[in-house]
Structure formats: C-alpha cells, structure tokens
Design a binder for this molecule. Sequence first.
Ligand code: SAM
Length: 275
Amino acid sequence: MSGTLYLCATPIGNLDDMTFRAIKILREVDLIAAEDTRHTRKLLTHFEIHTPMIRFDENCKSIVGEKILQRLQAGESVAVVSDAGLPAISDPGADLVKLAVDAGIKVSPIPGANAALSALICSGLDTTKFLFAGFAPKTKKNRREFLQKLSTVDATIIFYEAPHRLKNFLTELAEVFGQRQAVLARELTKIHEEFLHGEISELAEKISEPRGEFVIVVEGKTFSEQIETPDESISAVVEKFMADGLDKKSAMREAAKIFNVSRREIYNKLLSLEL
Ligand code: SAM
C-alpha cells in the first residue's frame, strides 16, 4: 500500500489562519517537503511540530521529487508546504502532484489560506467566473503578449505581482486592458491589510512606492463592451468559441447571435480581416 501525498495550506501572513487539520497532518506525516526549510521551521516550531523536513523547491524538484515518490511508494505519507498559502499555486508542488497522480498515489488537499481567492472574494468584482493568471512573464515582449491574450477574457482576472514591479505592471495593464475597474489587495490577513479600488490607470498613478504583498484583481471584458468595439473583437469572439471547441461554422453562428447580425455578416467581416 502506498502512502498519501498531502498538499497542505499554510498562512499567508496571519498565523491564526493555520487550520487544526494542517497541524494534525503535519504532525502525523513521515516527511514534510518544504519550499524553504528555514522559513517552514519557524512555523513548525510555533505549532510544536517535530516532523522531519526535506527541501523541495524549483531547483531540486526533479531529484527530490523522485525521492519523495519512492518514499510514497514504500508506504510513507508526505505533506508538501510552500512558504505561504497553497502549494502548487505560483509555488512548487504541481510537478510532484503530477508524478504522484501518474504513479497512482493518493493525493489529498489540506485546504486553507490562499491570496488569490482571498483577494477575489473581497474585491466586489464578479466572482461567478474568474481566471487566475498568476505572475506575468518578466520580459516585456512576453508580458505584452500574455496581457493581450487575457484582454479578451470575459471573466474576472487575478494576477500576482512583486511590489517593485507593480507600478510598471499596472501601467502596461492599463495600456492593454483600457479603462477597467481593478482592485489592489494589499497585505491580506496582516495588520496593514487594505483594498484599493479604481480604474487600472488611477491605481497605477496612486501607487508610488508600493510596499508589502499585492494581488491585482481586474474586471473581465464583457460581451457588451465587445459589441461596441471594432471588427477585431468579432474575430476575437469567433476565435474564443473555436478555442472552446466549436468548429468555425458554429463559432460564427454563436458570434452572430451575440452581435445580433447574420452569419453572412460575420463571415464577411472575418474575410475582410483574413481570419
Ligand atoms: N501559494 C500562494 C497562495 O496560495 O496564495 C502564492 C505564493 S506566490 C509565490 C506569492 C504572491 O502571492 C505574492 O507575490 C503576492 O502577489 C501574493 N500574496 C501572497 N501573500 C499575500 C498577502 N498576504 N497579501 C497579498 N498578496 C499576497
């Protein structure tokens, strides 16, 4: 019988957010795989957890991943933790889960704090449909492409960004996304927790020397916005439907319904844009 791989949430700032179950599981497992063992040691000391730890980060994930897999296959149980929040969300863990799933090992969540969802639920923006985009690419060209793709998404979008890149990121976001509502969720669960609301460009101006940790939550593009915009948005809608699995004819039929025009008109527009 192989053991279980637990994906264990840890607080994102406030130690009181550690769950009873997380403490119990971290005490019970044979091994804790931690992104930064020195950082996690403080947490374990605070909660009187004495389980052995192994470092598991981006640099050593393939070698250590195999070792962890062998221990799981031998019947031991292992908990993965990151520095904060949920492992495998903009943090190490996803590759290990893949290894375990492929090897038929049981994977189980120990839910808890997460910065993205904590920001979303307090943002006041639509929570029925959202997309977690994580960190934008570091190079300008890749970042622009990444943002351009996201600009047509009709769902609330959540980004992570480091404070020293935040102002530049918001300026670029405003250039690509235009005047949409956004929320900066700062220092969630900590003493200086705050939420700044406004249009993206206003927020970019307001933030001069940002300190602390930030989540950026941005309003998605609505269909009504797309209807008012030029022909390129028609092709974006057809492309979106095709990406969702429709063939071109069906995608054009669905786009025609949205724009309240005939399929022939959609076809002609696409021809003129050479889609
Ligand atoms: N795994 C974590 C989670 O579940 O939220 C995310 C880790 S990621 C490496 C770190 C980023 O998450 C930060 O740069 C920031 O964007 C966001 N973040 C983490 N803690 C936060 C907090 N207390 N307040 C606001 N943002 C936070």
